[in-house]
Design a binder for this molecule. Sequence first.
Ligand code: HEM
Length: 526
Amino acid sequence: MISTTAAFAFSWVCGLVLYKLFTTGRRKKTYPPGPPTVSILGNAHIFPKKRAHIRLTEWSRMYGDIYSLMIGNGVVAVISSYAAVKELLDKQSSITGDRPNFHIGDVVTGGVHLAQMQSNDPNWSLMRKAARSMMTVPKCNEHLPIQRAEAIQFMHEILENPALYPKHAERYTYSVISSVVYGIRAPNLKGQEITDFYHFLDLWNRYNEPGRHPPVDLIPILKYVPMRWALWKREAKVVRNLRQAHYYSLLDRVQKRVDRGASFGAFMEQIVQDYESTGMDRELMASLGGGLLEGGSDTTSSYLKTLRLALVAFPEAQHKAHEEMDRVVGPDRLPELQDIENLPYIRAIIKEVQRWRPPAPLSLPHATSQDAHYGGYVVPRGATIFLNMWAIAHDDNLYENPEKFWPDRYIKAEFGTRDGVDVSAFRHTLGFGGGKRICPGINLANNSIQINTMNLIWAFDFLKMIDSATKRPIDVDVNNYTEALLISPNPFPCDMKVRSPQHAELINQALQESASTFQQFEDILP
Ligand code: HEM
């Protein structure tokens, strides 16, 4: 009897194992369609490691505006239409506003990070509320003087050393956010804060390269491998220590300023003062400031780098922009933010840069906390959702010749679309994500984008470099981009020349006049 029961149990276990092996990786009929799966892996073996947005876009052309990839038993849904974003991310935001598990990220951040935490975590709500209240339109308008002064310094840096444009763009974006958040600016590229920040960000990006780490989120037991055998743990610890030191040191400087009764109007001063009523401890405060610095730096500088690439590669657009700028603003003064209302072609350039090369082509991944529904399909609880901004922005059915940088499309139609396209679900903020996770920095980012696009077009000619041997212009490669989740152009040859001595003189003069604005952010006391 015992042997019969044992035999029965044994065959039952074998059957279960076989069933699991057979079904793991298989797509359920209720899920969105997708590429054929294989046992156990599903689609894991074909998931692109680099330039994922390009492959995911090819699949969206085959499977439609929602499809799924199976990673083992995990489901990844990829959406690539305005309608799908509206239905899934915006309308069902309460159940599609989580983030997928990201263990290595948690090790680096201690699990406390605005962009990574789950939306039911009360600390996420606390930080998110604070971030949003700090970056309303009126609050951002209060920071316009420093944003404008930094943009003038940016132009001046290009005048002095145009070859370092990408570095100047990074200094600009870091300095604006650091001034707004901490009241501490980065006056030049050699400063300790900016050097430290980009050092650990570079390390983190490199450590995150696909394939560098074991798949800890898929095979959780790997989390328990001891540190001495787990390179990823040692690397994550290095970044964690550098990151923590940086953000605690910035926070301490704000705390000391508040203690001595001074104020530079920085966001963190208020947070430090209110910490008892808000319930934010030191770790949360440090993480909040850090999340904003990280969220706003690479994204805004990516825009500025793409703007330069587009103007060099598409001289016709540059010519039209110069013509408009000369007509509306002229050479006798710098542009002001209000001028944007009278510069439709410059506004079209801004929209086209964001469509043509969105800094976050797959946005940041969302995750579902319950089953969500779209187009008759189920996106099950625990699934990851990618908003494929690239697929939407490069959809030939929506946009004529989508690969071309052609701002005129936005002069012809509000959303730049072909005639007859239904734009009822369209919105200009798609590049900033959706639902309850939509980027909280939109207003600050838009001010930076508008001020700098006007300034740079007003001040400079963007020219192709001349090859010293052949004396011919060197073409730029408009597809040579970095390969991470956030993309920006790799360095390319470009010659930026100030448009006249009068333009240079006005920039120098404006920089001198900005001295008093900068002075408010010179946090030199210990
Ligand atoms: C051109 C500039 C920018 C672009 C294209 C951009 C884009 C994005 C995108 C696509 C997301 C993900 C949204 C989602 O998951 O649905 C995001 C999130 C975020 N962004 Fe931005 N962003 C920009 C500027 C900024 C700035 C200036 C700040 C702060 C000062 C900022 C802070 C953040 C934060 C903290 C998050 C995470 C929000 C959360 O998970 O709750 N971003 N951004």
